[in-house]
Design a protein around this ligand. Sequence first.
Ligand SMILES: Cc1cc2nc3c(=O)[nH]c(=O)nc-3n(C[C@H](O)[C@H](O)[C@H](O)COP(=O)(O)OP(=O)(O)OC[C@H]3O[C@@H](n4cnc5c(N)ncnc54)[C@H](O)[C@@H]3O)c2cc1C
Length: 393
Amino acid sequence: MKRILVIGAGYGGMRAVKKLAGADLDAEIVLVNKNPYHYQTTQLHEVAAGTKEPSDITFDITQAFANKKNVHVIIDEVTKVDQDAKQVELKNSDPIGYDYLVNSLGFESETFGIPGVEENGWPIVDINTALAARKHLEDTLKRYKTSHDENDLHIVVCGAGFTSIEYLGELVHRMPKMAKEYGFPENLVKVECVEAGPKILGMFNQDLAGWAVKYLEKKGVIFHVSTPITEVMPNAVVSNGTQFPANTIIWTTGVHGSHVIADSGYDQKRNRVVVADDLRVNGRPDQFLIGDVSGVNNPGNGRLFPTTAQISIAQADCAANNIVALLKGQPTEKFVFKALGTVCSLGPTAGVASIDFFGHWNLKGWLAAIAKKFVADRAVFELTNIRTMLESD
Ligand SMILES: Cc1cc2nc3c(=O)[nH]c(=O)nc-3n(C[C@H](O)[C@H](O)[C@H](O)COP(=O)(O)OP(=O)(O)OC[C@H]3O[C@@H](n4cnc5c(N)ncnc54)[C@H](O)[C@@H]3O)c2cc1C
């Protein structure tokens, strides 16, 4: 019996297994993931800001496939893909071979080699890092009552992309409650966002991005654009000699693919591999790379598509279809992607959205917040609700 090995149970991996398990194949499907749960990455910023609990955004992997007899789940960490031996090396158990591999190991925080980031910045890339960032934030804010160190009430968020802005939205929403609960004066809180580029939320048009900035500024956030970070100290972010003092520094400047990609000898850039039209690795007809470890050319502009949950899920469908085709001796299909848009929340009651679904819609304020909830509930983009995602075809 052939073995299809899927590594990484993020949006891409879960969706690929779901599709393959429904295809009635005479093949064993093995899913390897380092945690027993799937987490909804698109909501990690809420756990980090303390507006959601991990249990709100996690889902037991084994349970998800309990009624699929040909699916086996292994909880272990992948350390390397031995491409020539066609096997995957694991941290705590023997290597496991494959006939077809779907590599969906996802992303890790990018430090850009900036001194002090690893030691002093709090990334938001998985449940553990989100919880660690939240604990540090809460402990530091609580400490003010005895320390009277204003730096304990200063927070710097590094980067002004999606994750940073969504985190800021949740943070300023929760701040008044925390001030009451932890007994610190809210007027001494200082929240700053430091961004190297000239734009905030570069993926939105000027109108939507400007609206998001104004909304957060009204809630007290101070933005610094064109301010490249050159060092992160234990209690300050530094940009070419200018210091932004804070005892909580959130590091959300960007991501790269899993380090396993570089460790496994792929031809990669920032741990992303540009894949062929059918999502296979060039020269490796038995391997598919999907999600944040892959790069897919956008024929519309000649650049790579941005890595999103939305594209991971679409890639998973295509990779699964192609494995089914290969098992049946049929030709593979090309991956075609049409982005359905982007929704950025600014806390639970506001947001901005640019949606291409039955026309083009630019939404801001509560309408965008509703759109975000709609996305989460119905999974229009099939990206935020794993239960819906697993049930939908
Ligand atoms: C806070 C935040 C908000 C976001 N919001 C949005 C949004 O609104 N819309 C959108 O489209 N995108 C959003 N994104 C981006 C999106 O989450 C990613 O593009 C998407 O999660 C990538 O999916 P993936 O399946 O490639 O990998 P991941 O979701 O990263 O999943 C990888 C899986 O592999 C596991 N894993 C990793 N390494 C190993 C290993 N060595 N061994 C075993 N298992 C391993 C991980 O535990 C995880 O389960 C957001 C990202 C963040 C951080």
